[in-house]
Design a protein around this ligand. Sequence first.
Ligand SMILES: Nc1ncnc2c1ncn2[C@@H]1O[C@H](COP(=O)(O)OP(=O)(O)OP(=O)(O)O)[C@@H](O)[C@H]1O
Ligand SMILES: [Mg+2]
Length: 260
Amino acid sequence: MSFDNLNEEFESKIQNKLDQKLKRRKLFDGFKKNKVVNEVLDKLTVMELYNLIKSNVVFYMNGIVKAGKESVVFWAKGENDEDLALKVYLVSTSNFKKRIQYIVGDPRFSRIKKGTKNLVYLWAQKEFRNLSLCYKKGIPVVKPLHVSKNILVMEFIGEGGTPAKTLLESHIDQHDYESSISLIKMLYNKAKLVHGDFSEYNIFKTDKGLILFDLGSAVDLNHPNSNDFLKRDINNITNFFVKRGLTVEHPSDVLRKVTK
Ligand SMILES: Nc1ncnc2c1ncn2[C@@H]1O[C@H](COP(=O)(O)OP(=O)(O)OP(=O)(O)O)[C@@H](O)[C@H]1O
Ligand SMILES: [Mg+2]
């Protein structure tokens, strides 16, 4: 075998290796199998976003509003140029243990399909259902518009893609305390729900008053831990107002009034 032949053989071997590597890195549609793009969206999610656009739920997507560990909230536009908030629950970083306790025991969800992806889909459904129930009962929550797979579409609270300030980010007064407690009461008495993650992080303060959001963890009153969740909700929000130097009622008195 001549030197030239050897060289050719060597080159083609290297080329083969490179081709294989490229193939492995990228599939024909630009997605790595079961992997996420920029560590955020997996292929199914991107396809679902595309479906939402095709079916006219969403007109186009704007930027990311907030990227959390378990969800990413996008600012999008609807068909009539209205602002939308799309909450995309991430399948890749879903905290199974944390969520399951807010599902098992809730009589509304007696049948639960196995697998992380299904639990994430169920969680999105659950938040949609909780929001819809509250909205129907006239409780000030963000208006839910659509849910499919791991994507929840809501009205956007805020302007120009900037969300309204939460209680945490706002200047607050005594009236905000009363309104917060009244939100807990309305949830309990009208929607028969306990929020489960009621805090200064999950309430917008707007010109039209407080607006509650992030209701994925809200449980039916028949959930065996609903009373514990309620106590924790009341304690959390009370501590926040105490830290801000406002006058509050004792949490046990609040609990009594909410549940009477
Ligand atoms: N309907 C909405 N309109 C405008 N902004 C929104 C809306 N819903 C959520 N956001 C923005 O996204 C942020 C996170 O939303 P949310 O609390 O529902 O998600 P989360 O899973 O709790 O995220 P995190 O873990 O970061 O708190 C909010 O603080 C708010 O800035
Ligand atoms: Mg939140």
